[in-house]
Design a binder for this molecule. Structure first.
Ligand code: AMP
Ligand code: GLY
Length: 405
């Protein structure tokens, strides 16, 4: 996002916190404790900041948007109450029930006894078991048997009672739809598919995402229309009617079932690594568009232009991810990768004595466009193959479903 914002013709200065060596090529990185809302407000005032773009979910759920708006600073990203669409699965399920939005059947529970009772009376296998709060993509278990469910409950109720959602298992292919909204106007912002499992063939534990591509042709214009009419628009209307309008980008995780799109979950932000492919395809003044959302005049903004191409991103992660990742692994070859035409976005990186090293689970996202998904894939992996990161790994099969089609 910083990379694309930095290209906005109307942008003067871009600050990022905390940033990383990659973001530092596009923004002035500053150390700010974003849980200290007064410090963020003071920085915005001192530097005459016109717009704050909140990227990740934790500060949204923590109400940083409310604090900044309260101080008169324009913000891209929802208030705390609206960020519950991502922050609480139970909140979103209840809203779907009220607004008649297609989603998996569910039961909310608060203890192991309630969970076991619901399992015995309401669900067959497989059943989906979700921690209610933020879990960095790791709070969902698909239990194929009673033994799996018992193991999931052991983990989720390890510290006593906790809010958990049990859900009916939905069958189908997943796709992600992005919609900008200022609380009233909706502006579709493209589609993507990601690969959540760590292993090739979509096996192994869930991660935050090992790669993605955009657009997702499986989400046809007709299915996109249905998803907006049946899922996103009623959500935005219900939030506004409740006095907690959602402003920002709504990322709808959809299951395309035999009876139509159903909502799996919402994110209250661009996803990672979905953001990388969307930003690569986006053409236009991103800062102005996000400002139009923040200032509730999205109806006057021109619709986003995307290059017709396909874009793909491949995540290079540190060995051990999604468990404890190996820290400090040396990274080289980013310039050679970019010389092939790819763009290398950095996530968990830092400089140690001038050497770029790994400092997180997902470390790099190597991203490229092409005239179709095959060309985008070839270009992204040309970039990947130019990078030397011996302590890292990636999946070699990003895009396999779409490539097979
Ligand atoms: P979530 O964090 O809610 O997106 O769930 C993570 C992943 O679990 C999703 O991307 C799906 O692959 C899977 N999942 C979640 N809910 C369901 C469901 N009701 N039926 C089938 N798969 C699901
Ligand atoms: N890749 C999914 C997410 O950012 O939550």
């Amino acid at each position: 996002m910083a990379w694309r914002l930095a290209q906005s013709p109307t942008l003067d200065t871009l600050y990022a916190t905390p940033g990383n060596p990659g973001i530092a090529e596009h923004a002035t990185c500053i150390a700010l404790d974003t849980t200290d809302h007064a410090a963020v407000i003071a920085f915005a005032r001192d530097h005459a900041v016109d717009l704050v773009v909140i990227g990740p979910e934790a500060p949204l759920v923590d109400g940083l948007g409310d604090s900044l708006r309260g101080a008169g600073v324009a913000v891209f990203g929802p208030d705390r109450a609206a960020a519950q669409l991502e922050g609480s699965k139970g909140f979103t399920k209840d809203l779907c029930r009220r607004a008649n939005i297609p989603t998996a059947g569910y039961v909310r529970v608060n203890s192991r006894a309630e969970a076991e009772a619901a399992l015995a009376t309401t669900f067959g296998y497989p059943v989906v078991i979700k921690a209610d709060g933020l879990a960095a993509g790791k709070g969902v278990v698909i239990a194929a048997s009673e033994a799996d469910a018992t193991e999931a409950f052991d983990a989720m109720f390890a510290h006593g009672d906790a809010p958990v959602v049990l859900e009916e298992f939905l069958d189908g292919e997943e796709a992600s739809l992005f919609v900008l909204t200022d609380g009233t106007t909706l502006m579709p912002f493209g589609s993507a598919q990601d690969h959540k499992r760590v292993g090739e063939g979509d096996t192994g534990p869930n991660t935050g995402g090992m790669g993605a591509y955009s657009p997702a042709p499986v989400l046809t214009p007709e299915l996109e229309r249905r998803a907006i009419d049946e899922i996103v628009a009623p959500t935005v209307e219900a939030m506004a009617a409740d006095g907690t309008p959602f402003s920002g980008v709504l990322y709808a995780g959809l299951m395309l079932t035999s009876t139509g799109p159903k909502l799996i979950e919402y994110n209250a932000r661009f996803g990672d690594p979905e953001c990388q492919v969307l930003m690569l395809r986006f053409r236009g003044d991103l800062a102005q568009l996000l400002l139009a959302v923040a200032e509730r005049r999205l109806d006057q903004a021109p619709p986003p232009a995307f290059v017709e191409d396909s874009a793909m991103t491949v995540v290079l992660a540190a060995r051990g991810y999604p468990g404890t990742p190996a820290a400090g692994g040396a990274i080289a070859g980013i310039d050679s990768a970019e010389a092939t035409g790819a763009v290398v976005f950095q996530a968990g990186t830092r400089l140690a004595d001038g050497q770029l090293v790994a400092a997180g689970g997902r470390v790099l996202a190597v991203t490229a466009a092409g005239r179709d998904i095959r060309a985008a894939r070839d270009a992204a992996y040309r970039g990947v193959d130019a990078i030397r990161f011996p302590d890292g790994f990636c999946r070699r099969d990003i895009g396999w479903r779409e490539l097979a089609r």
